[in-house]
Design a protein around this ligand. Structure first.
Ligand code: GDP
Ligand code: IMO
Ligand code: MG
Length: 431
């Protein structure tokens, strides 16, 4: 048995969908443990591109069971839309997918609160995906959330009334926004009852049975370690724990179930939304470096959000970020993605420390303002002009690309076990 947690270890969009889809045939179960439709995981198989928000990235494989764990938050409208998209592509979702009955439901008032909070923050906004993620996790922790299993509760109407009284007071009196109508919420609940409840299951029980039968489990993370609510760039983070440890609580398995932690990161760095990003070179406002490397990454890497379409901010590989992630996740191997995007750059850089107030800093400061003031200390390596796009063996790589990868391994103190050279499932080198 080798069970693997596969997680993003930068600010999300590292290529988790691609890597999980690629590993899935070797696994029997793929399970999501946190996040919700803020995630956008892209799978490219030939001419077909599939973007998944809630559904695990193993869903395209015949013999793989997909599980959505209790740690996730589920938007009935979006999940049903996602299921219908797959059904239209002849994927038998009902056979392959089960949803924890303990999942929290994202309801229309969560999205309304997300929007109202962001609007009220003005320039200080977090730049959320607007999918109601934060307010839904708040309700979970405040013990007023509505879970999938609660759709069958006798007191559902009363709980809904109480929640609506509270959220509509907040929306109208505090934020000066429009209230949410009861009928919109009831529509979401009815849809969940009709389409999601039939797939509800006791996920820990399934995992225990599968595990006893010798099946292999792949735990699929969403977002990235720097967006973790505890270990990320707080408050510019998402509202869940995104680290490997969350796989246990978010699915109901014990620590003995995890054998490997695969940390997925790009050969450079991107971020969507606001918050510190020490190696940033380029964003929607411009901010080009003299060599235009940041713009090169954004354009060649097609750096637009899979969920919201927002342009992603780009910058050099930050080894301090990756070292932090290796530490807090117990990463046992790195999957480096988008190496091909660096093709054609004269030089490539690696941030190996920060300079802050004249001092060298080699960890992520807890205070966002301090991180904001950190200047990257770079090592510069020669780039390469050859194409690595679609390479499937190490021998196809230019020497300078190999040298960069070797340096990443040394500085991050972690072996690279996979290298992605293009968006397609087949564009991969196993090391
Ligand atoms: P995720 O959220 O971590 O699953 O990543 P996204 O799907 O949001 O963003 C990653 C993007 O990069 C997607 O468009 C992928 O198709 C694409 N991608 C993944 N790996 C590679 C790669 O090695 N090279 C290139 N050029 N694109 C890649
Ligand atoms: P995947 O799984 C990149 C970011 C948002 C924002 C912050 C909070 O595709 O890697 P939220 O809506 O979660 O309250 O937003 O987190 N964010 C992501 N950035 N990839 C994601 O998911 C993200 N999910 C959330 O942009 O900065
Ligand atoms: Mg994404």
């Amino acid at each position: 048995m080798t069970n693997t947690v596969a997680i993003g270890i930068q600010w999300g969009d590292e290529g988790k969908g691609k890597i999980v889809d690629l590993l899935a045939p070797k696994m029997d179960v793929v399970a999501r443990f946190q996040g919700g439709p803020n995630a956008g995981h892209t799978l490219v198989i030939g001419d077909e591109t599939t973007v998944l928000n809630h559904i695990p990235s193993g869903i395209l494989h015949t013999d793989t069971l997909s599980l959505i764990g209790n740690g996730t938050v589920v938007d009935p409208f979006r999940l049903v839309e996602e299921m219908d998209m797959l059904l239209a592509a002849k994927i038998p979702v009902h056979e392959r997918l089960r949803i924890s009955d303990r999942c929290q439901l994202i309801l229309p008032y969560h999205r309304a609160l997300d929007a109202a909070r962001e609007a009220a923050k003005g320039d200080g906004k977090i730049g959320t995906t607007g999918r109601g993620i934060g307010p839904c996790y708040e309700d979970k922790t405040a013990r007023r959330g509505i879970r999938l299993v609660d759709l069958t509760c006798e007191d559902l109407d009363a709980r809904l009334d109480e929640n609506l009284r509270y959220v509509n007071f907040m929306l109208t009196q505090f934020f000066g926004a429009e209230p949410v109508s009861r009928s919109d919420v009831v529509e979401a609940l009815d849809l969940a009852r009709e389409r999601l409840l039939p797939l509800a299951a006791d996920v820990p029980l399934i995992l225990q049975q599968r595990s006893r039968a010798g099946d292999r489990i792949l735990f699929e993370g969403a977002q990235g370690s720097m967006l973790d609510v505890d270990h990320g760039t707080y408050p510019f983070v998402t509202s869940s724990n995104t680290v490997s440890g969350a796989a246990l609580a978010g699915l109901g398995v014990g620590p003995g179930q995890v054998d490997e932690v695969l940390g997925i990161c790009k050969a450079y760095t991107t971020r969507v939304g606001a918050g510190p990003f020490p190696t940033e070179l380029y964003n929607a406002e411009g901010m080009c470096d003299s060599e235009n490397s940041g713009r090169h990454m954004a354009e060649k890497g097609h750096e637009f959000g899979a969920t919201t379409g927002r342009p992603r901010r780009t910058g050099w590989f930050d080894a301090i970020v990756v070292q932090h992630a290796v530490r807090i996740n117990g990463v046992t191997g790195l999957a480096i993605t988008k190496l091909d995007v660096l093709d054609g750059l004269k030089e490539v850089k690696l941030c190996v420390a920060y300079e802050c107030d004249g001092e060298r800093v080699e960890y992520i400061p807890a205070d966002c303002k301090v991180l904001e003031a950190c200047m990257p200390v770079y090592e510069t390596l020669p780039g390469w002009s050859e194409s690595t796009f679609g390479a499937t063996s190490q021998e196809q790589l230019p020497e300078n690309a190999k040298a960069l990868l070797k340096r990443i391994e040394d500085v991050c103190e972690c072996p690279i076990t996979m290298l992605s050279t293009g968006p397609d499932r087949d564009h991969i080198i196993h090391l």
